[in-house]
Write a protein that binds this ligand. Structure first.
Ligand code: BTN
Length: 256
């Protein structure tokens, strides 16, 4: 059954090609009223955008690239990291139905063991101190088996499971799970989200190598603060706090 034959509880649009689903949906939302959880997916992006101004490259017709919009206008701007947590949990939980070994690399990359399968770019619009519009854009490597871009450690679902998958099936599962987590967030059950996120973290146990502007060190993850700050504890017992891009994950050597 393809996605058009399924009874899905959100508007779903397919573009064979676009510059970026985030850009397309943002322009649409700026022009007209767009219903909650309206989703756009494409088979090819000419200018896929990643975090921190990077690009997101994806072979035509192989992978899943989509963006959706919702309106958490009850959510204060300093709580926006909860939105990032529910979006990444929905992707990680969906992929976990296909294989073991998925985790969330802080803040919101999805890893299979030490390889990246999915990236998430969330663009929020604020109204005063509240989130007016949240627009996550998600790329998941589904059927691509050769990677030519300089992404250091990519992997696809097909490489993991040994079979091909229908990208729109995965999309629908991610959206349904996002909606479930959103209900939990609306009920203000933040502790549940924080617990699920923390136990889903890549490198949640043991010491691993990291680097910050002062050099390399071994540390373990001890916490992620509500605003998204990562707290590491090094081997001398010193706690170190990092915001996005302030710390680099090195190597994969692990000591207990
Ligand atoms: C990253 O890991 O840097 C985030 C990558 C996000 C890529 C997705 S693909 C669909 C959506 N449209 C974009 O232009 N970017 C996101």
């Amino acid at each position: 059954m393809n996605y058009k034959q399924q009874n899905i509880p959100f508007p779903l649009y397919h573009l064979s090609e676009t510059d970026s689903t985030n850009t397309f949906l943002k322009n649409l939302c700026d022009r007209q009223k767009v219903g909650e959880f309206t989703t756009v997916f494409t088979d090819y992006q000419r200018q896929g955008r990643g975090q921190a101004g990077n690009s997101w490259e994806s072979e035509r017709d192989k992978n899943l690239m989509f963006s959706y919009v919702f309106y958490p206008n009850f959510c204060e701007a300093h709580h926006q990291f909860y939105l990032s947590q529910i979006v990444s949990l929905a992707v990680k939980d969906t992929l976990s139905e296909y294989a073991e070994g998925f985790s969330i690399k802080w803040p919101n990359d999805i890893y299979w063991y030490d390889k990246k399968i999915s990236g998430i770019l969330i663009e929020n619009e604020l109204y005063g101190n509240f989130i007016d519009r949240c627009m996550p854009g998600i790329g998941i490597n589904i059927n691509q088996t050769q990677f030519v871009s300089d992404a250091p450690n990519p992997v696809s679902l097909a490489q993991i499971t040994g079979r091909t998958h229908t990208p729109s099936d995965i999309l629908i599962q991610v959206l349904l799970k996002t909606m479930d987590y959103y209900v939990i967030f609306r009920r203000n059950e933040k502790d549940y989200i924080v617990k699920r996120y923390f136990e889903s973290l890549y490198r949640s146990n043991g010491y691993y190598p990291y680097a910050d502007r002062e050099g390399e060190f071994m540390a373990r993850i001890v916490d992620v603060l509500p605003q998204g700050t990562l707290i590491l504890c090094d081997q001398k017992g010193k706690q170190r706090a990092y915001n996005f891009k302030e710390v680099k994950y090195l190597g994969i050597a692990r000591i207990e």
